[in-house]
Write a protein that binds this ligand. Structure first.
Ligand SMILES: Cc1cc2nc3c(=O)[nH]c(=O)nc-3n(C[C@H](O)[C@H](O)[C@H](O)COP(=O)(O)OP(=O)(O)OC[C@H]3O[C@@H](n4cnc5c(N)ncnc54)[C@H](O)[C@@H]3O)c2cc1C
Length: 337
């Protein structure tokens, strides 16, 4: 019989020869001391946190209970040289089948809020926690009679992810009404960045590598509630009619090339309905790849590569992925990009 007090519990300590697994184990100890046990998971499958419903496991998965603990977690990961990956609503990512090494941080309830301050009759400032759903913020703004975010009434995912992607539709982009971001830097500093300091371009925000957005501030202007709500309904109706429903996907898989639509080129190349494993080029909207069965990340990436090559050879345009690749990819998979 083994006496419990005689069993050595191995608590790793960092040495110059500590490998990635030891560093992750040590980070796990540190995070466990910062938050309730439910905030931290090991080897957690990420498939259920992505709209594609695809992806392997994260070594460590953390849902920080406050901004201060988020910052402390980043500082600890930096100190231990453990890589950190930010995940939002998971609606624009393809997570590899092998999963994500190190720490995945996904902001939850503690970062889900909307706070309004009316500056004057015509103007309001709104602050949103990064995990707030973009659609919720768009609808809330419209119902209070403040314009600037109606375009987002059909964009799934979080506002934090939307800022990182400079998400947009129907001529609107999140960067247009944003005034500042509160970010946690790679080494755990909490910094506010004004709009002037941020560089947005098409579906991209150039943040420092490893920065995580915790909170966003917008300035919106007053308009008619009825008109804004009509616009929200129009945007949602247009999406319902144009986008494939029923199968998991990550929205537009490729960026639109300048002056063109990726979907039009894919359709022109005769690729609608092309299938690879469980991944299908949607017959309804060619720039959507849908998971029709148990598609793997490799299936999706292979299909993306095939689409890129066919569109290149038939139309002379190289399509750039809009979806972000997350996690560990082997050489054959990574060649597909
Ligand atoms: C059906 C459907 C329709 C869509 N329509 C549109 C559309 O019209 N327009 C459009 O622009 N997009 C569209 N998308 C794509 C997607 O919804 C947006 O890009 C969305 O804003 C991504 O937000 P997310 O929270 O899901 O981010 P995720 O997919 O989780 O992450 C996207 C990227 O942002 C990073 N990230 C996430 N959160 C943070 C954070 N807090 N701090 C720092 N980095 C972070 C991730 O590391 C990743 O690189 C659509 C997707 C779907 C499934």
């Amino acid at each position: 019989m083994i006496r419990v007090d005689a069993v050595a519990v191995r608590i790793p300590s960092l040495t110059s020869t500590s490998g990635p697994a030891e560093r992750v184990a040590l980070l796990r100890e540190r995070l466990a001391a910062m938050a309730a046990p439910t905030a931290l998971s090991c080897d957690l499958s990420l498939a259920r946190f992505t709209s594609f419903q695809i992806g392997g496991s994260a070594d460590l998965f953390f849902d920080p209970p406050s901004l201060e603990i988020l910052a402390a977690a980043f500082a600890a990961a930096h100190d231990l040289a453990v890589p950190v990956t930010c995940l939002g609503g998971g609606t624009n990512v393809l997570v590899s089948d092998a999963g994500v090494r190190g720490l995945v941080v996904r902001l939850g309830k503690a970062f889900e809020f909307i706070r309004w301050t009316e500056v004057d009759y015509a103007t309001a400032d709104v602050e949103a926690g990064a995990s707030t759903r973009f659609i919720r913020l768009a609808k809330d703004s419209a119902s209070r009679g403040f314009q600037g975010l109606e375009f987002a009434a059909g964009i799934p995912g979080s506002v934090g992810g939307a800022a990182q992607m400079n998400a947009g539709a129907f001529g609107g982009e999140i960067s247009q009404s944003l005034t500042s971001l509160v970010v946690v830097s790679r080494c755990g500093e909490i910094v506010e960045k004004s709009r002037e300091e941020l560089q947005f371009s098409y579906r991209k925000l150039a943040l420092e590598a490893g920065d995580m957005i915790a909170c966003l501030r917008f300035r919106l202007t007053r308009s008619s509630v009825g008109r804004l709500q009509q616009e929200v309904a129009r945007v949602q109706d247009k999406r319902r009619r144009n986008q494939p429903v029923g199968y998991p996907n990550a929205g537009s898989i490729f960026k639109n090339p300048p002056g063109e639509y990726a979907g039009r080129l894919i359709e022109k190349a005769g690729l609608k309905g092309r299938i690879e494993g469980g991944a299908l080029v949607s017959p309804e909207h060619a720039n959507f790849i849908v998971n029709v069965g148990s598609a793997t990340a490799r299936d999706v990436r292979k299909l993306m590569s095939l689409v890129q090559e066919e569109v290149w050879s038939r139309c002379g345009v190289w399509l750039e992925p809009e979806v972000r690749f997350i996690g560990e990819w082997d050489e054959a998979e990574a060649a597909v990009s």
